[in-house]
Design a protein around this ligand. Structure first.
Ligand SMILES: [Fe+2]
Ligand SMILES: [Fe+2]
Length: 262
């Protein structure tokens, strides 16, 4: 079997609708940032927004499964220790379970597979030739985003008095904290004698974090569309300065976007 599978070769059936990462970030609905930012259960668009987000989580889980599978397989044990492969294999198991949970949550919320588009941005980050960059971009930046999104959706489920959504998101959240922690641990271990490689990987993570702030939709205030989950990020090996930096970057992006929009 080949290593380094390109995103075009991911297997999908005809229900899925692929769009490019560029198109995804050009989506005008991210104007949510300036208007109804918070996931407000009382707003009219709450249900469509929650369904769109849930479909995004579903396709993200598929790609997280594919990405961790590639990282378990693509490298020799000289490049990635066997214990790291075992962690990636455990992540595959978790992500496969998350795909199943997400399909069932989709049924629960009235979502069809392929009703919304799929951009394979997560898998693209998992195609980096250097495994350390995959740990930074996927396990820390994107799985870190999953921590924030699941916390937001869990709380939304609570506000909607929907115990199924609340409970399922809480369970997946617990796994995502573990996946980010694996990323933090292995990134440090693999770069302990190569600070330059570590710095470059963390810069890559910062770029991915910046993109997934969604022009400032993410933040720590109650009004934020995606709640940055500081406590869970700390449990997953982020230090305070790293979390502060994401918040600072998001605030700057929100201010810039507000300026350009008016
Ligand atoms: Fe997951
Ligand atoms: Fe994950």
């Amino acid at each position: 079997m080949r290593t380094q599978l390109p995103p075009e070769q991911l297997a999908r059936d005809t229900r899925f609708n692929r769009i490019t990462t560029a198109d995804r970030f050009a989506d005008e609905r991210t104007k949510d940032v300036l208007e109804s930012r918070r996931f407000n259960p009382e707003s009219e668009e709450a249900s469509d927004r929650a369904r769109r987000q849930m479909h995004g989580i579903f396709v993200g889980e598929i790609q997280a499964l594919e990405g961790s599978g590639r990282t378990a397989f693509d490298y020799s044990t000289d490049e990635t220790p066997f214990a790291m492969k075992l962690d990636m294999a455990r992540q595959c198991w978790d992500e496969a379970r998350h795909v199943e949970i997400s399909i069932k949550l989709g049924d629960h919320m009235g979502i069809e597979v392929g009703e919304y588009s799929e951009a394979v941005t997560l898998f693209e980050a998992a195609c980096h030739p250097d495994p350390v960059f995959r740990l930074a971009g996927v396990n820390r930046a994107l799985e870190g985003l999953a921590i924030d999104v699941f916390t937001t959706m869990r709380d939304f489920g609570g506000e909607m008095a929907d115990p199924v959504l609340h409970f399922a998101e809480d369970w997946m959240l617990a796994d995502e904290v573990t996946h980010v922690k694996m990323g933090s641990n292995w990134l440090r271990e693999l770069t302990k004698d190569d600070k330059d490689r570590q710095t470059r990987a963390l810069e890559f993570q910062r770029t991915v974090d910046g993109l997934f702030n969604f022009r400032g939709l993410r933040g720590e205030t109650r009004e934020s569309g995606i709640q940055l989950a500081r406590k869970f990020r700390e449990m997953a090996g982020f230090d305070t300065s790293e979390i502060d930096e994401i918040v600072r970057m998001a605030e700057e992006q929100r201010a810039q976007y507000a300026q350009s929009a008016y």
